[in-house]
Ligand binder design. Sequence first.
Ligand code: ADP
Length: 304
Amino acid sequence: MTDIDRDPQTADEKAGGATPFRGMGETASMDPAQAQAPEVTETVREVIFDVKELQVTYPNASAPAVDKISFEMGKNEITALIGPSGCGKSTMLRCLNRMNDLIVGTNVTGQILYHGEDLYGPNVDAVQVRKRIGMVFQKPNPFPKSIYENIAFGPRIIGMEGDMDQIVETALRRGALWDEVKDRLKDNAFGMSGGQQQRLCIARCLAVAPDVILMDEPCSALDPISTGKIEDLMIELKQDYSIVIVTHNMQQAARISDKTAFFVVSLDENDNRTGTVVEFDDTEKIFTNPADERTEAYVTGKMG
Ligand code: ADP
């Protein structure tokens, strides 16, 4: 059985105790001698995704959409993917939960290790992968069902145990939506505002207890107040989840992310476009002291 197939709790117990869902900062029981030891403040960064030389070529394309992509994404971090349109950010994001598998004929080479395990390995079930690695899209896409049923749908499909009312309430609370909708759970989700619908989609994703949340421009269709609520929510959620976000909003990347990967497109001799990562670093460094002049031009708005 692969790490991905395992029950999340079992996998986390094996990984050393704290679950990716909750309990960050919990300490395993210690003997009294250790309890006297000075507090160790240094934390070790745990890698969730290790991308090595990733190349993705869509069917019938003359050149790869992305090539030579290598960087690591950490646990309980928000990683932002930024760069001009068409440089492969969404392609990269979709590789992280094997959504590109759904485009028949897409060729993915290189390697993505998820918790150290080959995400594209022969024994890995892509459906299981998508259960552990959820995705929220640019445009809120609730099901044409009640608010309650939107949340209950996923847990029912995967046969999640427990009281469904409780599962729904917990997911809506985690999605910062409960107080706004608790009295109208039977109403159709389409009656909610755009921002509420997007938080519902996030709550729907959380309901199946994922490990990672991928977000593809989740605020681009929202007004500034709704955007602020989603950003606050993301910062809260990173305590328990790891988040990778594609955003065109530089301020957003700077405000919420810990690490940033900057993508550009380069042209080959036949003008075929291929995206690659120019620079990956702490977000603060990318925005204040980037190593590459193309990054600086982009984050300061000199290159679009
Ligand atoms: P970004 O998210 O940075 O805007 P994308 O990953 O959407 O970039 O696109 C990168 C390149 O891959 C573009 O040239 C785009 O046309 C191409 N592409 C994206 N999705 C598909 C697809 N489903 N089939 C074929 N080509 C695609």
